[in-house]
Every structure is written in structure tokens, then in C-alpha cells.
Design a protein around this ligand. Sequence first.
Ligand code: SF4
Ligand code: SF4
Length: 232
Amino acid sequence: MSVDDFSDDCEWRLAAYRELVSLVNGLFGSFLADYCCNCRVVIGRLPEAEDEEFTLLEGVYPGCCHRGAGDIFRLEGQVPERSYLEAGLIAALQRERKLRMSSFADGSCGGTYRLRRHDDNSVISGAHCRYFSASGCILGDLKGPLCINFICPPMRRDLLLVCGDDAGLVGPEPDFLLLYRSLAVISYDTRAQVDRELESLGRRVKVFKERCRQFLAINKIDSLYDFFNGDK
Ligand code: SF4
Ligand code: SF4
């Protein structure tokens, strides 16, 4: 790597990071957002949750957005020296998040929830991620690695069907679209390698979206969520 590659290192890496998150946000926004908006239905498909019924007593159902989740910077499955986002990149990301948070009123994000489990009448309480608002995540392209990478088992199962069982495209179970690998490249490799990785990810996302569109067209439906969860 040349010395030039390290000038303004964190800033161009942050720009690349934001580009990657925007690509994934676009994919979620077009085809998958209603899964997470109806998380309780989706999670109800897990064998261990089959007969679970809850009543929300207070707050908003958290989905995946529990306290701390947005600040996990681990890159699962990467070699030890690349198993976290690079420290300077984390610092730049946190700086931008702080700025974004400052435009929201105190108390409009985070908070707690309480649920009553019907089975044994017990009450479960928990805390939301500090970036979670009543209308969803406030971070946009500043979301953390776990937030863009995690897809739950029912969602993954559906996406494999949509993509013709192409696990190479969907990615292995803990690495949706091989995003952790791309994030490791953005963290540690040269600018030229990062550019190539973003181009490659852009192509993968394009193919993925095309498969989703084809699936919707063939089945004459508007929503993957409705198709797979409609009668639940
Ligand atoms: S990924 Fe799955 S478990 Fe997480 S919020 Fe979305 S639907 Fe719910
Ligand atoms: S950063 Fe956003 S997507 Fe991630 S856990 Fe927090 S609210 Fe959810």
C-alpha cells in the first residue's frame, strides 16, 4: 500500500462505508422492509416461537433493535486481525452519528418496552437501541455492521427460494451478501481494492434485486412479505 493510500484514510473509508450501507438500505427498502415492520409475524414462523403469544404493554416492539446492537462493530467470520471495523473508521462513524443524534430531541430515541407473555402471564421488559425511534432507525447510511448484515432464519429461507437456492448470492448464514467480507476490505485494504469491492457488491445487489423483481413478476405479486407470510 502506498503512503498516498493513507492520506485522509478514515474519511474515504467512511465514504465507502456509507456507500455500502446505502446499497443495502436500498435493497431492504425495495423488497424487505415489511418483514421487519411485521417482525412478530416473521418470528412466529420459528419452531421455538410457534405457540408464543405476546401483548405489548408499553413502548414499541423492538424487532432486532435491542440496546447495544447498533454499536456492535464485529465482522463475523473474518480472520482475527480483520474481525472488527478498523478503529479510525469506527471513530469517524461515531462522530457522524453524534452529529445526527444532535438533531433529534432528547428522549425521542431509545427507551424501553414491556411485553406480557400469554403462556405464563410473565412480563418481559427490555431496552431499545439508542438509535431507535418510534418511526424506526434514525441512522440511515450510518447503521452498524450487524444491522445491515443480520437477516433472521425465516427471511433467509424466503430469500434463498427467491434467488433459486443461490447461496453464493445470498451469502452464508452469518454473512448476508458477504457484507462482512466487503466491510473488512473497506476497513483494511487499499483504495483501489475498496473501489473494486464496491463495484462487485453493486453488481451482486443488482442481480439480487433483479431476482426479487422476477420472483414478484412470475408470481404476480407486489410483496415478498405478503407472498411468504400472507396467511400467517
Ligand atoms: S430481520 Fe427478522 S427478526 Fe430482525 S427485525 Fe427483521 S423480521 Fe424481525
Ligand atoms: S442502529 Fe438502527 S437498525 Fe441498528 S439496532 Fe439500532 S435502531 Fe436498529
